[in-house]
Design a protein around this ligand. Structure first.
Ligand code: AMP
Ligand code: MN
Ligand code: MN
Ligand code: MN
Length: 289
């Protein structure tokens, strides 16, 4: 069995601060035994990450955190154990990346409109990562002195209702879950506690997610309070979704969001590792799959 696992992490292929190589080194140093790389809307770091994990005896799972929509809201669906060569998955992520590029360019135009150097502020996002995000722009705003920190950059400029907000229509939940399934992966509903949905709406989301072919839900995530975790566990039991564990790691040096979590799930929740075919003593496992 794995004692320390992390099935939700980001690298510099999206908005993480560590390169895939640095991320794997950090995971290894923290004695993580099972690691998924789940960048926003790209699997571009997965091949290298897998190759780097092998000699370390670190079990690797190719993943992605796909941006999707449900009832006009943005939700995040993690695909685990993806075949990164799948052509439909490639198509899907390329479409998302085009959307992200267009969105960040539009954010740049809005920043320019407010008198800030928009083109320069979005340049790092557009050139530095496969999947450009608002987090890149937020960091540039901080570096330029236009915001005190990343949170302030979102609050001041980038959040809905703020001057540089740009809305986007992400692919639907159903299409996203289907794409993950066709690429041989398992779909996991990310961070259910962050959607600001009523309990009823959250149950409807889980029901539709399960009906669409969803396999799991995050029940143990860094930053989840005890109530959030209990809610997520009860959703997992009610809708027969497996439980997933992760950190949503983006950068080192945040003590409340370290890489790797203790692989213990609440009563009555089936671990997603069972569905991944990994629930056996680690000494019996081949190093990669
Ligand atoms: P995007 O996916 O382009 O909308 O960018 C959002 C990313 O920014 C998320 O994946 C988070 O990692 C990061 N982020 C950091 N702080 C915030 C915040 N206050 N609101 C939204 N996203 C944030
Ligand atoms: Mn992010
Ligand atoms: Mn997310
Ligand atoms: Mn994430």
């Amino acid at each position: 069995m794995f004692e320390r696992i992390d099935l939700h992490t980001h690298s510099s292929c999206s908005d993480g601060l560590l390169s895939p190589a640095e991320l794997i080194a950090a995971a290894s140093a923290r004695r993580v035994q099972l690691l998924a790389l789940t960048d926003h809307d790209t699997v571009s770091g997965c091949d290298l990450a897998r190759r780097l994990c092998e000699p370390l005896g670190l079990r690797f799972i190719a993943g992605a955190e796909l941006t999707a929509s449900w009832r006009e809201r943005e939700i995040h669906i993690i695909g685990l154990k993806l075949d990164v060569t799948d052509s439909q998955l490639q198509c899907h992520t390329e479409q998302l990346q085009r959307q992200r590029h267009a969105r960040v360019e539009a954010i740049g135009a809005r920043l320019t409109h407010t008198g800030l150097p928009g083109a320069a502020l979005v340049a790092p996002a557009l050139t530095g990562a496969a999947a450009p995000t608002r987090a890149h722009v937020a960091r540039a705003l901080v570096a330029a002195g236009a915001a005190a920190d990343v949170q302030d950059a979102f609050d001041r400029w980038l959040n809905r209702g703020r001057p540089a907000y740009v809305a986007t229509r992400w692919p639907a939940l159903e299409a996203t879950v289907q794409c993950i399934g066709l690429a041989g992966g398992l779909a996991v509903l990310a961070h259910p506690h962050r959607y600001r949905l009523s309990n009823t709406a959250l149950r409807e989301l889980c029901h539709e997610f399960k009906t669409a072919g969803g396999a799991g839900i995050e029940v143990s995530l860094a930053g989840m309070g005890p109530n959030d975790a209990a809610n997520a566990a009860s959703l997992a039991r009610r809708f027969e979704l497996c439980g997933s564990i992760g950190s949503d790691f983006h950068e080192p040096g945040l003590p409340w969001r370290p890489l790797g979590r203790f692989a213990k799930l609440p009563e009555g929740v089936t671990p997603i590792t069972t569905r991944l075919g990994l629930d056996m003593p680690s000494s019996h496992l081949p190093l990669s799959s």
